[in-house]
Design a protein around this ligand. Structure first.
Ligand code: AKG
Ligand code: FE2
Length: 355
C-alpha cells in the first residue's frame, strides 16, 4: 500500500476531481443554480401509486377550546396556521443585528431566480456568518411555542437573512414543507419564523399569508381574488411563527426602501434540515455554544438513536476543540494514520456506552 499523501489518507486533488464530476452529474446540485424550478410555487412532490391520499379535503386540528384562553398564541397558530408576536425585540438588539448584517448584505448579490428574488439579497448559512444574531433562533418567546408543537430536539432547518429591495415582485406562494413525502392534508413537519427588522408594510414586501391554508389538502392552491391573501403588517422587532403547511410568500416591494427580515426555520428531529449545519458551523465553535443551540444544530439525539455517533450522543464525541467523531478507515479496512503515525481521533468508542 502506498503511503497516504495527506493526513486523511487520500489524494485531495483526485478526490476533488471526483467530487466535481459527481456534482456535475448530479441533477439536484445543478438545480441549486435554478432553485426556482425545483421548489417553486409550492408544488408538492408527486405521489407514487402506493401513497394513498387520505381522501379528506382538510386536516382537522384536535384543539381543546380552552386553549384559546390558556395559550392564545398556540391557539391562533393552530387555528390560522400562523401567529404574530408583536414587538419582541428591543431597539438596541435590532441595531446590533443590523450592524452585524449590513456589511455582509453589502457583499451579497441579488438572487438567482424568481424564488430567491432577483431584487432580493439572501444571506445563506447565517449561523456561520454572524455570531451577533445567534440569539434569534433560540429566542424564548419562539422556543416556548416550538417546544409545544414539535417533538423534543427539533432541528434548525434554515437560518438566513432576506432583504427585499424596491422593485421586487411577489414571491410565488408556497408552503415551506412541500418537500415532505406525506400526502396533504396532514400535520405540519416544519415551523418557520420570520423576524421583522424593518417595519413590515404592504408596500415594502411584508410577508403575505393565506390564513387557514395549513389545513388544505393536496392540489389546492391559493387563488388571488378568491382566497384571503393578507400582508403581515407588523412593527420591526415583531416575529411571525408560521406552520410549514401554511401557504405564504415574500411580498412585492413597491416602496422606496428595502425590507430586512431574518428567518429561522425548524423541522421535526427526524427530518433532514434544508441547510447542512455540520458544515456551516465550525465544530470547534460548537462546545462554546449554548445547549439549546447545540441541539438545534443537530448535536442532539431523537430517541432512540437518530443523530448518534458510533452509538453515542454526538456531544460525548466532541472534545473542547471540536474534534471527535470516529476513526477513518481506508476502503480496504486499513485505518488511516495521521502524520504522527497515530489514529487521528483516538478511540473509536464503538460498542461503548448507551446514548
Ligand atoms: O421574505 C419573506 O417574507 C418570505 C420568504 C419565504 O417565505 C421563503 O423564502 O421561503
Ligand atoms: Fe417560505
Amino acid at each position: 500500500m502506498t503511503a497516504p499523501s495527506t493526513r486523511s489518507g487520500y489524494d485531495s486533488s483526485k478526490s476533488r476531481q471526483k467530487l466535481d464530476a459527481h456534482y456535475a452529474s448530479d441533477q439536484l446540485h445543478q438545480s441549486m443554480n435554478n432553485l426556482g424550478s425545483v421548489y417553486n410555487s409550492g408544488d408538492e412532490i408527486p405521489l407514487v401509486p402506493y401513497d394513498v391520499p387520505t381522501g379528506k379535503s382538510e386536516f382537522v386540528y384536535d384543539v381543546d377550546p380552552k386553549l384559546e384562553r390558556e395559550d392564545p398564541e398556540i391557539f391562533r397558530l393552530l387555528m390560522d396556521g400562523y401567529v404574530v408576536l408583536p414587538k419582541v425585540l428591543s431597539s438596541a438588539y435590532i441595531s446590533q443585528v443590523r450592524r452585524a448584517l449590513d456589511p455582509i448584505l453589502d457583499e451579497t448579490p441579488f438572487g438567482r431566480n424568481d424564488f430567491e428574488g432577483l431584487r432580493t439579497r439572501r444571506i445563506y448559512a447565517l449561523m456561520g456568518r454572524s455570531k451577533e444574531t445567534y440569539h434569534l433562533p433560540m429566542h424564548p418567546r419562539v422556543t416556548r411555542i416550538l417546544d409545544k408543537v414539535l417533538l423534543p430536539n427539533y432541528l434548525l432547518s434554515v437560518y438566513q437573512a432576506i432583504q427585499i429591495y424596491p422593485g421586487e415582485s411577489s414571491q410565488s406562494l408556497h408552503s415551506d414543507d412541500s418537500v415532505v413525502r406525506i400526502p396533504r392534508p396532514r400535520r405540519f413537519q416544519m415551523v418557520a419564523t420570520i423576524w421583522a427588522l424593518d417595519d413590515f408594510m404592504s408596500e415594502n414586501g411584508a410577508t403575505v399569508v393565506v390564513p387557514g391554508s395549513h389545513t388544505w389538502g393536496a392540489g389546492r392552491k391559493p387563488i388571488p381574488g378568491k382566497d384571503r391573501i393578507i400582508p403581515l403588517v407588523m412593527e420591526r422587532g415583531s416575529v411571525v411563527v408560521c406552520l410549514g403547511t401554511t401557504w405564504h410568500g415574500g411580498g412585492a416591494n413597491v416602496s422606496k426602501s428595502s425590507r430586512l427580515a431574518v428567518t429561522a426555520q425548524y423541522c421535526e428531529p427526524y427530518l433532514r434540515p434544508y441547510e447542512n449545519h455540520f458544515l456551516i458551523t465550525p465544530p470547534a465553535l460548537v462546545p462554546q455554544l449554548p445547549k439549546k443551540l447545540q441541539s438545534l444544530l443537530g448535536y442532539s439525539v431523537h430517541k432512540p438513536f437518530m443523530g448518534m455517533v458510533a452509538g453515542e450522543h454526538p456531544l460525548k464525541r466532541l472534545d473542547e476543540n471540536g474534534a471527535g467523531g470516529v476513526r477513518w478507515f481506508e476502503p480496504g479496512g486499513q485505518m488511516v494514520e495521521d502524520e504522527q503515525g497515530s489514529a487521528p481521533n483516538g478511540d473509536s468508542g464503538a460498542g461503548r456506552s448507551k446514548i
